[in-house]
Structure formats: structure tokens, C-alpha cells
Design a binder for this molecule. Structure first.
Ligand SMILES: [Zn+2]
Length: 309
């Protein structure tokens, strides 16, 4: 089926107390693995590309791959821009046909973040595409995890989250609650009370970034507290690269990408299936599709053109 918007997926997940996995793809094999895993689990899924992935694979190239995988898929697939930092890239992704976008204004001042997010919300909503924004900052940390003390300067406060949401009416909100990007070990613990407090004052679905580094039990608790979209990138990179490294070191004469590529792709499928099961989104595809078809808002542009054709 054609790509779907993330709006309905996240609202359905919020109402039914599970989360949708958002998996980063940097190349064709990973995008394929994500869809294969979602189909095996009968789960709705979000494939997302960062600005770095777009620079590596090309905006149109990676979008075409995701779009054509979605078209042949039996489960709803979203094509999402992850961490659009540059205004031009966010607008470019909207023009290309992405069905969900993130503007990351966390490097800006609070006021500037609100201002630019508001402009982009207006533009995106005019064509029926949802926008995610970030308040507080999810840091990068390649070491095991940041201490509570180190995290303090990054945390999202319920007060600023409430004000940000009220002023921007963004569709989903990424919050900083203890996770960090690029972590290779699952050792981060989350401030679950903070998630409950933010969820209390923000109507929009909440997003957890850097989930690769978060202990499974905390991912489950975070979903209970109101997290509805969970992002995984490093775990997929580890699954792909780990398998490639093993195949090539075991057999230094191997040169055929199809041989070691297929093994690596299977390893990514295994990882994504485990995460989908952890989030509780297995077997949710059918009810999500029903929810989309029953709610006209989700598949109508304001112009009246359907985006679910
Ligand atoms: Zn992120």
C-alpha cells in the first residue's frame, strides 16, 4: 500500500498503550530488513532517515526505496525524516513525499525553536503531514551512559514541554528523559516519573530517542508512562556491521556482496523483530489500518486529495 502518515499510527498506539518502532535506515538492505520484520510481526512500522542518511544515500534514492517497499507491503509503513536540523532539508523532505517529519530545534534557544517549529507545523498541516519536534535535548554518548548529574542539563521539564506544545501544536514531541544517542550498550535508565509528568500536560504522543542504549525494562515502563514512538538506530547498525565483520573475517576470500549482505540483512530482521515485540506492536497492523480507514482526517489533505490511495 502507499506510504501512510505517522499521525494515525501514533494516536492508535497512544490509545491502546503500545508503541510504534521507528527504525533508522541508511541503505537498501536495512530498509528491506525493517519491512520484512514488520511483515513477519504484522506490525505498523516507521522507517526513518536522518540528515546524515540522506546525505549518504540521497533524498530521492532512499525515498524511492522506502516508497516501493511500502507499496508491496501488507503492513502500514511510514517514511519519516529523523532530526531535520536544517529548515531546507525539512521542506525538501516534505516536497519529496515523506509522510512524517521531524524538525530538531534543540540546538536553538527555546523561543527560536518555538518560532521555526510553528512555521513548519503550519506548512506541514496544510498538506496533512505531521511534524515531530524536540524539547530539552537528547545528547550523544558513545560511552556506556551518562550519570543523572550529567543528564541534568539535557532533561525536558514538564513546564517547558507544556508551553512548547501549547504554542506550536506539534503532532508528537521528542523528550529527553535519560536516553542518549549512539550508545552501544543497553545500560541507560530513564526518569519514568518525568515521562508521566510530561504526558500529563502534553496531549501529543511522546517520542523516545536513543532507545538502543536503554534497558528493555525501562523501554516497557516508558511506554506505560506515555511514550508512543521509540527510535532505534545504533542497534541496527550493530546488527548489520557485526554480521558483515564476522562473515568477512571468517572468510577473507569472500567478495560477493549478495553472500555476506543476505546474512547481515537477516541479522537486522532478527533485531527489528525483537524490538517490535518489546514495544507491543506485533499483530497491530490490521487494527491500525481499520483505524486509519475509519478516521477520514488521517487520509485527507486539506485540498481533499487522499494520501492513502
Ligand atoms: Zn534521535
Amino acid at each position: 500500500m502507499p506510504l501512510v502518515s505517522s499521525k494515525a499510527l501514533l494516536i492508535h498506539a497512544l490509545k491502546n498503550h503500545y508503541a510504534v518502532g521507528a527504525f533508522n535506515a541508511n541503505n537498501m538492505e536495512v530498509a528491506q530488513a525493517i519491512v520484512m520484520a514488520a511483515e513477519a510481526e504484522k506490525a505498523p512500522v516507521i522507517i526513518q532517515m536522518s540528515q546524515g542518511a540522506i546525505k549518504y544515500a540521497g533524498m530521492n534514492g532512499i525515498f524511492s526505496i522506502v516508497g516501493s517497499l511500502a507499496k508491496r507491503s501488507s503492513v502500514p509503513v511510514v517514511c519519516h525524516l529523523d532530526h531535520g536540523v536544517d529548515y531546507d532539508v525539512v521542506v525538501g523532505a516534505l516536497r519529496t513525499g515523506f509522510t512524517s517529519l521531524m524538525f530538531d530545534g534543540s540546538p536553538l534557544s527555546f523561543e527560536e525553536n518555538i518560532e521555526i517549529t510553528k512555521q513548519l507545523v503550519k506548512m506541514c498541516h496544510a498538506v496533512g503531514i505531521p511534524l515531530e519536534a524536540e524539547i530539552g535535548k537528547v545528547p550523544d554518548s558513545e560511552k556506556s551512559h551518562l550519570s543523572q548529574e550529567e543528564m541534568k542539563k539535557y532533561y525536558t521539564t514538564p513546564k517547558e514541554a507544556e508551553e512548547f506544545f501549547e504554542k506550536t501544536k506539534v503532532d508528537s514531541l521528542a523528550v529527553s528523559v535519560g536516553s542518549a544517542h549512539k550508545m552501544k550498550i543497553q545500560s541507560a535508565v530513564l526518569d519514568i516519573d518525568r515521562i508521566y509528568e510530561i504526558n500529563e500536560v502534553v496531549e501529543a504522543p511522546l517520542v523516545l530517542h536513543g532507545a538502543s542504549g536503554v534497558k528493555d525494562e525501562y523501554v516497557v515502563k516508558a511506554i506505560k508512562a506515555g511514550i508512543t514512538k521509540v527510535n532505534f538506530a545504533t542497534e541496527l547498525n550493530k546488527a548489520l556491521t557485526g554480521s558483515l565483520r564476522e562473515s568477512l573475517s571468517k572468510n577473507p576470500d569472500l567478495v560477493d556482496v549478495r553472500k555476506y549482505g543476505d546474512e547481515a540483512r537477516k541479522n537486522v530482521v532478527r533485531t527489528v523483530r525483537e524490538k517490535i515485540q518489546l514495544l507491543g506492536s506485533s499483530n497491530r497492523a490490521e487494527e491500525t489500518l481499520r483505524f486509519i480507514s475509519e478516521n477520514e482526517y488521517f487520509h485527507q489533505h486539506k485540498s481533499g486529495n487522499s494520501i492513502i490511495e
